[in-house]
Design a protein around this ligand. Structure first.
Ligand code: FAD
Length: 367
């Protein structure tokens, strides 16, 4: 049975004073963010799928996004939930207050549970003030390792950009081609944004960090120019989808290991004769190596699966995780057993059995 929550589409409340919203599960983050903007506020979680996904799905996967390097993932914005349990009862978790520590944190338990514990029907979420100023810093590098090292240098400079995204050369070329833009020849592209009262000073620190690795830096506060640069990042995935089926990977490593991860992914691509394009949320150490499988090429599909396995192994070896934001689902279930100890898996399964003894919700998925 497939459950469609798209008609749970009401924004029930926006409270400008308490800086929160109550929304039904089928509302998209983009719509909520737009409505919050009318009150000088915003909903900060912004998965790149924001226009086509739902808040319920974002909470169920604890989705990340471009802004989470500064503002945190979806779970950081969730104050409370209404969840329909397997026995049909309605559970309310959480609170409306900025702080609150009463009882076990059931809101966090359901956040990221991938639909295995109950059906989220509404959520109380935190809103944040719209930043007074946003500055964009973009840079082109000779190679992707330099770009990755530059993003690590930003973190080391004790500055917290609101966004720090990286594209390797093939992803950049494909995205520019899709957008019909003049191709900048570069080994990699990084775009950062700083926001808030100190945005200008922070942007200078970001540019200083980039300058250790490149002189091709653009910096500015023009929203239209910023939108053109961000469009390149957003176009990366659709551009690759033109060339066949895409296996979208999603690993995260400690920020200090990002350059090593990028290098290892490119070695894996060569070893498995696969076309792997790497872009992602460099500020979080979250990379999306995309393996393109030309339509009908079964041998390429087999090589892609082997390459993906090696990418997961590499992430774990570098002290990272098999999924930074997309979740375990079906594909990575086997790998979860490599990342987490048996006791942790046993506790998760015990919770699932307690809440859903008949195994109704997403059987065979996640853990
Ligand atoms: C182009 C593109 C870009 C993306 N970019 C990002 C990104 O930047 N960051 C990121 O984290 N992810 C990203 N994703 C992955 C995905 O869009 C997100 O994980 C999103 O949060 C899924 O939401 P959805 O509404 O589409 O949920 P679905 O895909 O429909 O469901 C996802 C899971 O959540 C469960 N679920 C859905 N709704 C509920 C509910 N109401 N109650 C309980 N369980 C529920 C489902 O059973 C399923 O297990 C991207 C995907 C695409 C296609």
């Amino acid at each position: 049975m497939v459950l469609d929550v798209s008609r749970l589409d009401r924004i029930v409340e926006i409270s400008p004073v308490d800086e929160l919203a109550v929304v039904e599960a089928g509302v998209s983050a983009a719509v909520l963010d737009g409505e919050a903007g009318r009150h000088g506020l915003r909903y900060t979680p912004d998965p790149a799928s924001t226009a086509i996904s739902t808040i319920g799905g974002n909470i169920a996967t604890n989705a990340g996004g471009l802004r989470c390097v500064k503002y945190g993932v979806t779970g950081d914005a969730v104050l409370g939930l209404s969840v329909v349990l397997a026995d049909g009862s309605l559970l309310r978790t959480g609170r409306r207050t900025a702080k609150g520590v009463a009882g076990l944190d059931l809101t966090s338990l359901f956040t990221g549970s991938e639909g295995t514990l109950g059906v989220i029907v509404d959520a109380t979420v935190r809103l944040q003030p719209l930043p007074v100023e946003t500055i964009t810093v973009a840079a082109y590098f000779d190679d992707v390792e330099q770009a990755a090292a530059a993003t690590a240098a930003v973190s080391a400079a004790r500055v917290r950009p609101a966004m720090l995204e990286l594209l390797d050369e093939p992803s950049l070329r494909e995205a520019q081609d899709l957008l019909g833009m003049r191709a900048e020849s570069a080994g990699a592209f990084v775009v950062a944004q700083t926001d808030g009262f100190g945005a200008r000073a922070e942007a200078q620190l970001v540019a200083d960090a980039f300058r250790q690795f490149t002189s091709r830096i653009q910096i500015g506060d023009d929203p239209a120019a910023a939108e053109r640069l961000l469009a390149v990042r957003r176009a990366a995935l659709p551009a690759l989808e033109r060339h066949g089926r895409v296996l979208i990977e999603d690993v995260a490593v400690p920020r200090s290991a990002i350059a090593a991860a990028v290098r290892r992914v490119s070695e894996i691509a060569t070893r498995h004769a696969s076309r792997i394009y790497t872009f992602g949320h460099a500020g979080d150490g979250n990379l999306h190596p995309i393996i393109v499988i030309p339509d009908g090429d079964e041998a390429a599909a087999v090589r892609a699966a082997d390459a993906a396995d090696e990418i997961f192994a590499t992430a774990l070896e570098l002290g990272g995780t098999i999924t930074g934001e997309h979740g375990v689902g079906v594909l990575k279930r086997r790998w979860l057993e490599r990342e987490q100890p048996p006791e942790a898996l046993a506790v998760q399964r015990a919770i699932r059995n307690a809440l859903d003894p008949a195994g109704l919700f997403n059987p065979g998925k996640a853990y």
